[in-house]
Design a protein around this ligand. Sequence first.
Ligand SMILES: [Zn+2]
Length: 58
Amino acid sequence: MSDEAGSSARKESVHHEHWCEHPGCKKWGSFGFAAGAGKAEPRWFCMEHRPEWQPKHA
Ligand SMILES: [Zn+2]
């Protein structure tokens, strides 16, 4: 891991990158979860910390 060259300095205005929101986790948030229909942004988690994935119930 060597890509923390100032990437943690600014947490704002960068939304191209979304990392796992799990405390202490530095993994890539591959999974986005919309917290609600009216929420502005989805939450992002890595595969290990993703909330319970809810399969589509048709
Ligand atoms: Zn994680």
